[in-house]
Design a protein around this ligand. Sequence first.
Ligand code: IPE
Ligand code: IPE
Ligand code: MG
Length: 248
Amino acid sequence: MPPTLKEQFQSRPCHIAIIMDGNGRWANEQGLPRLEGHKNGVKNVEEVVKLANELDLRVLTLFAFSSENWKRPRSEVSGLMELLGDFLTNRESLLHDNKIKLRIIGRKWELPRHIQALLNKTEKATQKYEKTLCIALSYGSRTEVIDAFKSLYEDIQKGACNPKDLDWNCIEKHLYTEGLPDPDLIIRTSGETRLSNFLLLQGAYAEIYYSPKYWPDFDRNEFVKALELYASRERRFGKTGEQVKAGC
Ligand code: IPE
Ligand code: IPE
Ligand code: MG
């Protein structure tokens, strides 16, 4: 039996976040409508969730819809929402089979009502599991900062927080990602080398792997390449290499 991903990688991330990009170009290159690209993108989500489980990953975050993606043609936005609805209705078993809880980050309240209801139902039904599939929907780091400021301000007004004591721990509690570890590895597919407003604060020390493959073609081989890159890095968090080697 070949080794599992967990056996293959001693040094492995605890949280991987993926910018699933390139569905549209994947479809264009095959003369298909963009929505076909998104459909194949959803199929690939299932494959990558299984790979993450084989790695025994604690958190997998997938960037599925950004705060800026609302600017796309209305038909594409509604097609994407429909695909999300289908996924939640028909594929909840993927989460149960792999013992994964669903967590949404982003402005959930901006999504269509029936999608919000499905998301709430699935989040509740999978809450008991330890591993997390976090889906970023209507997510953008800048809106996250705005929303964090607003809720922090409310806490200050209520007297629950003294601005003089503000530190990163306190700010972190007001981000959508409250309670989640920071991503150790961010992967972006489709050859683009930008972060597009994704986890800009949480990814402060993330390693980044840019895959040339479009998201529907991102496979085990590419996942392994990203893990190899991660394993080859020395993460110093501002210290010197000597300090890190000495374990201090
Ligand atoms: C990523 O693929 C999916 C979403 C942003 C919803 P794109 O739709 O951005 O695909 P490209 O970048 O146009 O190829
Ligand atoms: C980022 O991809 C958002 C998601 C993958 C959901 P985009 O395709 O929206 O990013 P830009 O516009 O190319 O930067
Ligand atoms: Mg794109």
